[in-house]
Design a binder for this molecule. Structure first.
Ligand code: FAD
Length: 412
């Protein structure tokens, strides 16, 4: 889709008095724009995206899209006519480079200026970089965007052996796809188990076993000290003085909030833009939603920054209500999923702070759930090929954690 000519399309007075401008054209931005229009917002609405694509679903990038390589527009959340009918202007392929909160102007990387009345940061996350010499070498990739898949696919097609740095969801999903293509895969995880940051030991143990059974070489407490070599002859120098050879490397060591632009503009940030329960920052009419926002949860008794589709959608809806003057607070039971081989993991709630974990079902048969409790209340559940338990758990967690305000769950 061609970028709109904002200079000629917009009436500057109207832009300054009414316009909503969204920085970032991902999942949260798409929902915000949809909710604003369906909620009756008729003013100018502009979405600025640094990628050359309309808002698209990111989850398939490490799953079906990586495996099957359909055309990029098959990932679009909505086709171009949907946005045209709603009069949502997209400026794509250009980053917002500067935000002036006093003159209320966004300056794009190409120098164009976009005035706003309300501004929404929906800038998502980027791959967390490790302090590792050699990360910029040819043959080392990360996987967060369509462009990343387009860059890494030719190298992966040629690769016999792929090294994945990080045993989180993206690393393990990619490992599953690469085993499906019969490539040798080695996962190097610095922690003492895979999925350490995101799930409890029982689920990690299950996926560790499944991947090993399918031929993935998983090494835990494996610290890479440097990457040498180039192209298809990379050498990972390990902290224990051994080395691992690979034809291509995927860096999958987690994500970091894209909050630098907001920070430079003067907004309060702490690995994420700090917002309230409707997505408002500490500056009037400036909001943040989705992966880049950190918000207070009364339910979990702490500030949360979530990286999941559920959060991008529901927080965007809450911010839209605030922009429309209604203000419906957001305090979710988060949920997430991951597909690896024929296994679908569905996660409800947040497991940190649990004092009891109970397994239901048959892990050996590949269909089971783990329920996590704190003080007898269900706070989270992980389900593998067990959609019914997942759906029930979402309802039960919502009910049981509603009583949590006086007894916060988990770490501060
Ligand atoms: P994004 O969708 O990331 O969109 C942010 C956009 O803003 C990006 O296009 C970014 O380039 C752009 N941007 C940043 N800075 C600027 C700037 N200065 N100017 C202009 N544009 C800018 N979630 C699940 O629930 N289930 C899954 O199975 C799952 N799998 C995933 C697999 C992968 C490979 C990835 C990367 C993510 C996955 N997620 C999954 C997470 C989910 O995709 C995100 O939580 C969701 O996309 C967040 O939406 P968002 O709008 O906040 O950010």
């Amino acid at each position: 889709m061609a970028a709109v000519d904002i200079d000629s399309a917009a009436d500057p007075k109207r832009m300054a008095n009414e316009a909503v401008v969204v920085i970032g054209a991902g999942q949260a931005a798409a929902q915000l724009a949809t909710s604003l229009r369906s909620g009756g917002f008729a003013g100018p609405l502009t979405v600025i995206g640094d990628e050359p694509f309309l808002p698209y679903q990111r989850p398939p990038l490490s799953k079906k899209f990586l495996a099957d390589r359909p055309p990029p527009d098959s990932l679009y959340l909505r086709p171009a006519p949907f946005w045209a009918e709603r009069n949502v202007a997209f400026v794509l392929g250009t980053a917002a480079a500067k935000v002036d909160l006093h003159s209320r102007i966004v300056t794009l990387a190409d120098g164009r200026e976009v005035p706003f009345h309300s501004l929404v940061f929906a800038t998502g996350t980027c791959a967390r970089r490790l302090p590792l010499p050699g990360l910029d070498r040819d043959g080392v990739f990360s996987l967060r965007a369509i462009g990343d898949v387009q860059r890494l696919r030719p190298a992966f097609d040629q690769a016999r052996r792929i090294a994945i740095l990080g045993g989180g969801y993206i690393g393990l999903e990619t490992a599953a796809v690469m085993r499906g293509e019969n490539r040798d895969v080695i996962v190097l995880e610095a922690e003492d188990r895979v999925l350490k940051r995101v799930t409890a030991p029982a689920i990690a143990k299950f996926f560790d076993r499944i991947h090993r059974e399918r031929g993935v070489d998983i090494r835990v407490q494996a610290r890479v000290a440097a990457i040498d070599g180039e192209g298809s002859e990379l050498v990972l120098r390990m902290a224990d003085d051994t080395e691992v050879k690979a034809d291509a490397v995927l860096l999958a060591a987690g994500a970091k909030a894209n909050d630098e632009l907001a920070q430079a503009a003067g907004l309060a940030c702490r690995d994420g833009i700090l917002v309230d329960a409707v997505g408002r920052s500490d500056v009037e009419n400036v909001y943040a939603i989705g992966d880049c926002a950190r918000f207070p949860s009364a339910r979990y008794g702490r500030l949360l920054r979530l990286e999941c589709v559920q959060n991008a959608i529901d927080q965007a809806k809450a911010a839209a209500t605030a922009i429309l003057g209604q203000q419906v607070s957001y305090d979710p039971v988060p949920w997430f999923w991951s597909d690896q081989y024929e296994f679908k993991l569905q996660i409800a709630g947040l497991f940190d702070g649990h004092d009891d974990a109970a397994e239901i079902g048959d892990a050996a048969a590949g269909r089971f759930s783990v329920e996590y409790r704190h003080g007898g209340r269900l706070i989270a559940a992980d389900s593998i090929n067990d959609a019914r338990t997942h759906m029930l758990a979402r309802r039960r967690i919502a009910e049981e954690t509603n009583k949590a305000a006086s007894a916060p769950i988990g770490a501060a």
